[in-house]
Design a binder for this molecule. Structure first.
Ligand SMILES: C[S@@+](CC[C@H](N)C(=O)[O-])C[C@H]1O[C@@H](n2cnc3c(N)ncnc32)[C@H](O)[C@@H]1O
Length: 212
């Protein structure tokens, strides 16, 4: 059923059998994404965390006043554990347990955030489905914040191969999808320390779609 090499049950199993220390991508409360989002977009904006897993990003944004937050994740275990941690505040977030490529919000979002999801789309077809969803669900002048493994980063994660990028290859991929104009806002190469203290080089890119 999935367009991806991996599957929801694969990820669900990872979340069921590991606490946060067992997740190499876990970053705790240190988050470049959080800092960039609060700097660039108002609290009334619609923000989606795509493949949000058990990341604290959505809870952190809620705690500083963001009101239109969506969490898209096909692992039920990851989604429910975040919801449990948030308690009664969980009802303030739109939780979508399902495949990001099939997600269709009522209104397009103003910011699409993805950390460590796009890079698993290693074949042309799954990459196309990902980009189709991004372009369909993001407003015409919205922002995208992508974080993938950098060209000098690891070539796999959780036993799955990944596709690595730098900021230019990410931008070119966005630009060539349907001819929309994309402007780079900022980018950084960031070394993430895994919970077992290994270094992983990530490429972050914040870009804005401009009306053509
Ligand atoms: C490496 S984890 C990153 C999690 C989170 N973004 C973070 O930074 O902590 C990749 C996440 O993408 C989710 N994922 C992968 N493909 C997906 C898809 N097609 N639809 C929804 N979630 C997906 C996985 O379940 C997993 O939670």
């Amino acid at each position: 059923m999935s367009v991806n090499l991996d599957s929801e049950s694969f990820w669900d199993q990872i979340y069921r059998s590991n606490d946060d220390r067992g997740l190499s991508w876990n970053e705790g409360s240190e988050s470049i994404s959080f800092n960039w989002i609060v700097d660039i977009i108002s609290k009334a904006s619609r923000v989606a965390d795509i493949g949000g897993g058990r990341s604290l990003l959505i809870s952190q944004l809620l705690s500083v006043g963001y009101k239109n937050l969506s969490h898209i994740e096909w692992s039920e275990s990851a989604s429910l554990s975040l919801q449990r941690d948030l308690g009664s505040k969980a009802s303030e977030i739109d939780w979508v347990i399902g495949d990001l490529t099939r997600w269709q919000p009522k209104s397009p979002v103003d910011l699409w955030h993805d950390r460590a999801v796009l890079h698993f789309q290693t074949d042309e077809r799954s990459c196309f489905e990902y980009l189709k969803s991004l372009h369909r669900n993001l407003s015409k002048t919205g922002y995208v914040l992508l974080a993938t493994f950098h060209l000098d980063g690891p070539d796999s994660c959780s036993g799955l191969p990944v596709k690595r990028y730098d900021d230019l290859t990410l931008l070119n991929m966005l630009r060539s999808f349907d001819g929309s104009n994309w402007a780079k806002v900022q980018s950084v190469i960031w070394t993430h320390k895994t919970p077992t203290l290994k270094d992983q080089k990530f490429q972050y890119l914040l870009a804005k779609r401009e009306s053509s």
